[in-house]
Each structure stands twice: as structure tokens, then as C-alpha cells.
Design a protein. Structure first.
Length: 225
């Protein structure tokens, strides 16, 4: 499902080149739940951004669902992210001027689906995350855990083949964080969606089937959780 071949990402900061990712080769099969683990600055978020086509590598190849992302145009990358990749962020990234229902519906509206199909899909995902009763509430009226569940519903409403989660429990207490991880595990178990979780939490990482440990932009080791 995801394949990285000798990926390097170099940023120039104040005239100094920084290797955020340094020669990473990694394959993730369809239906896997993989945790990318390591301290801040180890390259976890950069790898997720490369897998999503948000960023482009300095060198190497990025493949997702049979397509080489580093060769796609910006328009094709945008389309791919809307239909085949769901992204969950640490800070939720909900639009404050939209209620929960509208936030979840946004990817489908951008994709031009019919109103009846949007209604069905949004209702299904809000029910899955247990927030049907909060559908018309604004983000500021929701708890952190509820906001993250809305963000997960938005990430999966287009039924993507891959879900990328960047520190999804970082701003949550242990109960809300555990609930968010349970949702991701359920997607993986019940729907065979590929889940790639970036986290510094060993407890969160143990939810995955495989842990890839990163340090200084390189893979330190990879194995079963």
C-alpha cells in the first residue's frame, strides 16, 4: 500500500541543511497498522507528509496505492488525498465556522458527491464515532476528545485506503486518547484500512501490529509490537 525507496528530505534552515529524513526505505502492506515511534525531531511527521503527498522528497521514491507520488502534479495529489488518504492531526484542524456535521461533510462536498450520498455517509461516520447527538455543535462547544472524534470521522468519510494519524492523542487525556486509538484499531480490524500512526507514546504504539522506531531521520529498527 505504501512504499518508500531511499527517501531523503533536506530542509535549509538559516543557511544550514537539515536532513529530516535520511535514506529511509520502508514498505507497509494493505491492512497493516504501523506505528512510527521516536522523539520529537526524529522525522515522524515528515514521513507522514511525504506519504500523503503534502511534501515532496529531496531524493528517492514515494509510492501509495500503486502511484508514485513524487511524480504527480499538485492537482493529482490533491485529488488523491481527497479520495484515498485520510489524515488525522494532533490539533484536530476543524474549521471553526463549520459545525461537526459540516466539518465531516467537507471532503465529500469538495469531491462533488450528491447531497443524498453525503447525508448517508456523514450520518454513518458520526454514528461510528458516537457523536450523532453532537452533529450540529460548533468545534468550540466540543471537548478535545469529541473534536478528535469529529476529525477521525472527517478523515474516514471518503472511505480512504490509508489513514495517517499524526500524534492523534497528543492533546488528549488518557481516556479520550484511548477512545481515539480504539476507533483507529476498529477501522483496521473491521475494515482492513491501513493505519499509519506517528507517536512518541509507547502506550499508543502498542496498539499497532508493527512498530518502526526512528532516530535522527533514520529507521533504527522495525518489528512486531
Amino acid at each position: 500500500m505504501v512504499r518508500l525507496e531511499q527517501i531523503t528530505k533536506v530542509y535549509s534552515l538559516g543557511g544550514v541543511d537539515v536532513r529530516a529524513v535520511d535514506g529511509v526505505t520502508l514498505g507497509i502492506a494493505q491492512g497493516e497498522f504501523v506505528a512510527l515511534v521516536g522523539p520529537s525531531g526524529c522525522g515522524k511527521t515528515t514521513l507522514l507528509n511525504l506519504m500523503a503527498g503534502i511534501d515532496r522528497p529531496t531524493s528517492g521514491e514515494v509510492w501509495l496505492d500503486g502511484e508514485r507520488l513524487d511524480r504527480l502534479s499538485d492537482d493529482r495529489l490533491t485529488r488523491l488525498r481527497r479520495t484515498r488518504v485520510g489524515i488525522v492531526y494532533q490539533f484536530f484542524n476543524l474549521l471553526p465556522t463549520l459545525n461537526a456535521w459540516e466539518n465531516v461533510a467537507m471532503p465529500l462536498l469538495l469531491d462533488g458527491l450528491q447531497a443524498s450520498e453525503i447525508e448517508t455517509r456523514v450520518a454513518r461516520q458520526l454514528e461510528r464515532v458516537g457523536l450523532t447527538h453532537r452533529a450540529r455543535h460548533w468545534p468550540h462547544e466540543l471537548s478535545g476528545g469529541e473534536q478528535q472524534r469529529v476529525a477521525i470521522a472527517r478523515a474516514i468519510v471518503a472511505e480512504p485506503r490509508v489513514v495517517l494519524a499524526d500524534e492523534p492523542t497528543g492533546n488528549l487525556d488518557s481516556v479520550a486518547g484511548g477512545a481515539a486509538l480504539e476507533l483507529l484499531q476498529g477501522l483496521n480490524r473491521e475494515h482492513r484500512q491501513t493505519i499509519i500512526l506517528a507517536t512518541h507514546s509507547q502506550e499508543a504504539a502498542l496498539r499497532a501490529g508493527r512498530i518502526v522506531r526512528l532516530r535522527d531521520g533514520k529507521i533504527e529498527r522495525s518489528g512486531s509490537a
